[in-house]
Design a protein around this ligand. Structure first.
Ligand code: SAH
Ligand code: SF4
Ligand code: F3S
Length: 481
């Protein structure tokens, strides 16, 4: 009997049938925004191969943990999580568990040896292979692919937006990192730096705009070294042929293209490297109201000797010059940082240099960490992790206390002023309030009134805490200057 015999839409029946046969995938993401963005690529690849994502881990046929390896505690969290997943496997004997991302890439087959529960191990450049890796497990094996690529950018894929607020979305513009900061595991877990075709970035932004998104966040480990010249591993501009140079697109060009093409969308980006940020980028930001006034420019330390040991390729003075340059072009630019306490051989005086740099730079916000030695990194090979835990932790406390004071003082300056807030979600504290972020990337909360998610709203700031501005809405804002 033909399937449309009862006058039903055959497409509907097909849909129901595919849904029945679809297996369920649950993805949990750890680490940085790039990893969260990768999970959306993974969902897309798996979706095309018959897997629907679910938010219920007990409903899943496949569980992927997309992991981070940046500090030891990030990996310990995954080990703990794997212990808990034993229960899931007890309940469902066919459940497939995959460890993906940076920890998978760092540990490779050691992970299969150490964690008997794990069926699939896949590194950041092998996600196209995931359906095959899962099929190998279906056939009774365990599978691994940790090959790093020099070209892969997943540029042609349409990421499936996971846990999205429908307002703001990440777009990866490059992968890998060539910097070799001595403390950092990322070059080992994500391989060589490569930039993504700007056409595919603009296509993705267009799709987001069509789907009603109001903000895009361009992502890379070092966005200021973005350079498109036709694809492949990173090259310096000066090493390109004349023709390649003429057709190349650098980060400032990409920002300009996004800002001009999507005047109704807000544009953010992260992360900038102090060595590579330049005036061209900051001038581009200044020219376009829809590029947000926030630069995440991790200092790591305020002491030149430590910065040299970290192989950051800049000095304290170079960093200060960059801040001066930014503020001379955009006086009210919000600047945030990452700081590491207790790096190898750091003296008390050198730690104080970090505090004084923070005070001088007036950081609006910082992510702050104790140094965690990562196996096989240049620091692990050549330097001694000789600052004891108590000292690292006390120094971190001093850094956090200072940042809290700076954040509060800087946020207090907004009281009585009007900021422009893109509404992202209901506030966690009250169903009567909206939460969003202002241009300067500070969390803002105000009474809902008649405003909707996705609206750009003017908010008169009435009070400020270390992390949040509160106020009342006073009308709609516009992205036109
Ligand atoms: N690409 C970005 C940073 C990515 S990692 C940049 O260069 O700024 C995010 C942050 O984690 C780093 O900025 C650094 O502050 C911190 N980090 C990286 N490795 C670390 C380690 N081994 N111990 C402690 N913190 C670390
Ligand atoms: Fe790590 Fe340095 Fe690359 Fe950032 S720039 S990802 S800290 S190696
Ligand atoms: Fe972690 Fe990998 Fe990001 S190590 S911070 S998830 S690039």
């Amino acid at each position: 009997m033909p399937i449309f015999a009862f006058g039903m839409d055959p497409v509907m029946i097909m849909d129901t049938e595919t849904q029945v046969s679809q297996r369920k995938l649950y993805i949990e993401s750890y680490g940085c925004a790039m990893n969260f963005s990768d999970s959306e690529i993974i969902a897309s690849i798996m979706g095309e191969n018959g897997f629907a994502t679910t938010n219920d881990e007990y409903d899943a046929d496949v569980i992927f943990l997309n992991t981070c390896a940046i500090r030891d505690n990030a990996e310990q969290r995954i080990r703990e999580r794997l212990k808990h997943l034993r229960n899931n496997k007890k309940k469902n004997g066919d459940l497939i568990i995959g460890v993906l991302g940076c920890m998978a890439e760092r540990l490779k087959d050691k992970l299969l040896e150490e964690e008997k529960l794990v069926d699939v191990v896949a590194g950041p450049d092998s996600y196209r292979d995931l359906p095959k890796l899962v099929a190998e497990v279906d056939d009774g094996g365990r599978s691994i692919n940790v090959l790093l690529s020099r070209e892969e950018t997943y540029g042609d894929l349409n990421p499936v937006r996971l846990n999205s607020n429908g307002v703001s979305a990440f777009i990866s513009i490059m992968r890998g990192c060539d910097n070799m900061c001595s403390f950092c595991v990322v070059p080992f877990t994500r391989g060589r730096e490569r930039s993504r075709d700007p056409k595919s970035i603009l296509r993705e932004a267009k799709e987001l705009e069509n789907a009603g998104y109001k903000e895009i966040v361009l992502l890379g480990q070092n966005v200021n070294s973005y350079l498109w010249f036709g694809g492949g591993p990173k090259k310096e501009y000066k090493t390109l042929t004349e023709e390649e140079q003429a057709n190349s697109v650098d980060f400032a060009d990409l920002l300009e293209m996004c800002a001009a093409e999507f005047p109704q969308m807000r544009i953010r980006y992260s992360t900038s490297h102090p060595r590579d940020i330049n005036e061209k980028v900051v001038h581009t930001m200044a020219r376009h109201k829809n590029i947000c006034n926030n630069i995440h420019l991790p200092a790591q330390s305020g002491n030149t000797r430590i910065l040299e040991l970290m192989n950051r390729n800049y000095s304290r003075e170079w960093y200060m010059d960059k801040i001066t340059m930014i503020r001379s072009i955009i006086p009210d630019c919000n600047i945030s940082s990452d700081i590491i306490s207790g790096f190898c051989s750091e003296t008390e005086e050198e730690h104080k240099d970090t505090l004084s740099l923070m005070e001088w730079a007036q950081f609006d916000f910082s992510y702050m960490y104790m140094y965690s030695e990562r196996p096989a990194t240049p620091a692990a090979k050549k330097l001694t992790d000789d600052i004891d835990e108590a000292t690292k932790s006390r120094r971190l406390r001093e850094i956090v206390l200072l940042q809290n004071r700076l954040s509060k003082e800087k946020n207090d300056l907004f009281v009585g002023k009007v900021v422009e807030v893109l509404v992202e979600n209901e506030s966690k504290r009250s169903t009567e309030e909206w939460k969003g972020r202002c241009d300067e990337n500070i969390v803002c909360v105000f009474p809902k009134e008649h405003y909707k998610k996705g609206d750009l709203v003017k908010m008169l700031v009435e009070s400020a805490s270390i992390t949040t501005l509160k106020g009342k809405p006073v009308g709609y804002a516009t992205l036109q200057a």
